[in-house]
Design a protein around this ligand. Structure first.
Ligand code: BG6
Length: 465
């Protein structure tokens, strides 16, 4: 065998509540910011898609758990929808909403599949947004209360918790590019929200530890190795700054209890540096995680010569349409001339996963790591009742080999969750960009294993390939 993984390595797949559940108005669930945002600005999502039905996982979860078991998965990363438990964000618990997760965790337990639960994957209750959302400290308090309820309700079956999913991506799009709710372009608010998210994380970790409930708690960060376009000192410095903003603004507080100097200097230049109080709450030692979840999709190549601030995300899958990220006078992302790219303009670079796992390990040598998301969005096609996706198999195989190499060099990577279990609501990309091991027919919602599902099953069963 080329790559044999350590005993007990978790072979998982990941989803998020809003992307798969559907049933948004059922059993007392309140609206989240996403439904309201999309109602107000339907053009924001490719094809005008909505998450109203998604994969109908709310009604079909038993079938989905059965598929996971049949296809050899030992772990399932999912998120709980805060507005299902607390339609108003705080206040009384919505029992029917909680009952859904009881059913789901019971089914997973019976199937021998370990849940890895994210408390917040971007679906903020709209009621809290109406009161200022993450810019109101009451939201941080409500989050900690919601987290505590989850530990109490589900802590007998859930032993692995993550507070937040990708606070960096959420802040970038919610408050800088405006692609996600609340659709703002306000750097000062972005800075405030980033500190609130980190404070919410620290509060939820502290509450978990005080609860005495057994298990481990961490956070899921999207990390992208930032590589200078050339070895010129200005490009190297630009890459360091981009790394501080895109990665270390969230990882440094969590791992080291401080914001990165380059990021702070940039904030000071813009007059938006966090106050001492905000900094203390965001960098609290209480937020040190038991493990780190790493989401990796692509690397970022950076040059210094940015003439204008710009952002572009390819949401259509039109081949050749580049994604772009630039901050005037500081850095801009550039295409790697030697790189291979998906139709959505994301570079395929398995070594990036190796580099970042090694990098995190150097920073926090004792910290167990999980790859909590990694996968490829493709315009998969159903032909004669089958989906052949050799590109996905090659992608996952390459990235697993990178994980294996890191493990071989002593990095404690404990599991891999492929994004995603099902073709789902891919945020701004709607439903065209498919990530699933299982194809979901949009008309019938029928699940069909792709070739990659069978391949992944064999890898999971053999504990390697
Ligand atoms: C991560 C998210 O950013 O990447 C997932 O945690 C998301 O929710 C995934 O779906 C892939 O991104 P996208 O935008 O292509 O769906």
């Amino acid at each position: 065998m080329e790559c044999r993984f350590p005993e007990g390595f978790v072979w998982g797949a990941a989803t998020a509540a809003l992307q798969v559940e559907g049933a948004l108005d059922e059993d007392g669930r309140g609206p989240s910011v996403w439904e309201v945002f999309l109602r107000e600005r339907p053009g924001r999502v490719f094809g005008g898609a909505t998450p109203a039905v998604a994969c109908d996982h709310y009604h079909r979860f038993a079938e989905d758990v059965r598929l996971m078991r049949e296809f050899g998965l030992t772990g399932y990363r999912l998120s709980i929808a805060w507005p299902r438990l607390f339609p108003q964000g705080d206040g009384p618990l919505n029992e029917p909403g909680a009952a859904f997760y009881h059913r789901l965790f019971d089914a997973l337990t019976a199937a021998g599949i370990e849940p890895n639960v994210t408390l917040f994957h971007w679906d903020l209750p709209q009621a809290l947004a109406d009161r200022g959302g993450w810019e109101n400290p009451a939201t941080v308090r409500a989050f900690v209360q919601y987290a505590e309820t989850c530990y109490r309700l589900f802590g007998d079956r859930v032993r692995r918790w993550s507070t937040l999913n990708e606070p960096s991506w959420m802040t970038l799009h919610g408050w800088l590019t405006g692609l996600h709710p609340p659709g703002r372009r306000d750097p000062a608010a972005a800075a405030r929200v980033s500190t609130a998210l980190l404070a919410a994380h620290a509060g939820a970790v502290q509450t978990f530890r005080q609860s005495g409930i057994p298990g481990a708690i961490g956070i899921v960060l999207n990390l992208s190795p930032v590589l200078p376009a050339t070895e010129r000192p200005e490009d190297v410095a630009a890459a360091r700054l981009a790394d501080a903003i895109l990665n270390r603004w969230f990882s440094d507080p969590v791992l080291h209890g401080a914001f990165p100097d380059e990021g702070l200097a940039l904030c000071r230049d813009f007059g938006i540096a966090p106050s001492p109080d905000e900094t203390a709450r965001a960098t609290s030692p209480a937020g040190r995680p038991d493990f780190l979840g790493v989401n990796y999709y692509y690397p970022t190549h950076v040059a210094a010569d940015a003439t204008a601030t710009a952002y572009h995300l390819n949401t259509s899958g039109a081949r050749g349409e580049d994604c772009a990220l630039a901050l005037a006078g500081r850095f801009r992302s550039v295409r790697n001339p030697a790189g291979r790219y998906t139709d959505w303009g994301w570079e395929i670079f398995p070594d990036g996963l190796y580099l970042l796992l090694k990098n995190v390990h150097t920073q926090a040598p004792a910290l167990p790591l999980y790859v909590t998301e990694n996968g490829i969005g493709l315009a998969d096609r159903l032909v004669d009742g089958e989906v052949h996706d050799p590109e996905r198999i090659a992608f996952v195989r390459g990235h697993l080999a990178a994980v294996h190499r890191a493990i071989g060099e002593g990095v404690p990577v404990r599991g891999y969750y492929l994004w995603s279990l099902l073709d789902n609501f891919s945020w701004s990309n709607g439903y065209r960009k498919r990530y699933g091991l299982f194809h979901v027919d949009r008309a019938t919602l029928r699940r069909l294993p792709k070739d990659s599902a069978s391949w992944y099953r064999d890898v999971a069963r053999a504990n390697g390939f």
